[in-house]
Design a protein around this ligand. Structure first.
Ligand code: NI
Length: 180
């Protein structure tokens, strides 16, 4: 198992479209396991491969919630094959946009087809938090962040804050090196 570095916005790598996985082989299955470990450690409820610098259509999700038995899901090439007309607003956050939360409107229920860690095709129905997380992670595969669903004004505010935080972090690292 290995911990992976999570890319934070703004970063051009988070705006790219991910490529389909040909076959879920041992290397892909290992990446899925590493992504899940990284997600749990963060802690988070979902993670997409582009967030760890891999432009492949892979996501991992566990929306079971605190105190419940873990329900890890590893998905390659996920596709929404049905979505309810009914939508819901849900406050979203993202490991690539630390400490930022905004309500996003999405279909309440979805049906998703994907390839699991054993290279088997599966279909599931999801609602509630699970549906939110799957849709949020699938967005990452298109280079879309949750802030792309909110007003330009709010998005720019959040991105400005994140840019500032990044500069500060870089400055702190340089300081640490100079005084080392
Ligand atoms: Ni995210």
């Amino acid at each position: 198992m290995a911990m992976l570095d999570i890319i934070t916005a703004p970063d051009p790598r988070l705006k790219k479209k991910a490529q389909p996985v040909d076959r879920v082989d041992a290397a892909t299955a290992k990446l899925m396991t590493d992504m899940l470990e990284t997600m749990y450690a963060a802690p988070g409820v979902g993670l997409a491969a582009p967030q760890v610098g891999v432009l492949k259509r892979i996501i991992v999700v566990d929306a079971a919630g605190e105190g419940a038995d873990p329900k890890p899901m590893k998905m390659a090439n996920p596709e929404v094959i049905w979505a309810s007309e009914e939508t819901k607003l849900h406050e979203e956050g993202c490991l690539s946009l630390p400490e930022e939360y905004e309500p996003v409107e999405r279909p309440d229920k979805i049906k998703v087809r994907y390839v699991d860690e054993n290279n088997e095709l599966r279909t599931i129905e999801a609602d509630g938090l699970l549906a939110v997380v799957i849709q949020h992670e699938m967005d990452h595969l298109e280079g879309t962040l949750f802030v792309d669903h909110i007003s330009t004004l709010k998005r720019n505010m959040i991105l400005r804050r994140l840019t500032k935080a990044k500069k500060l972090e870089k400055g702190n690292k340089r300081h640490a090196l100079e005084s080392a």
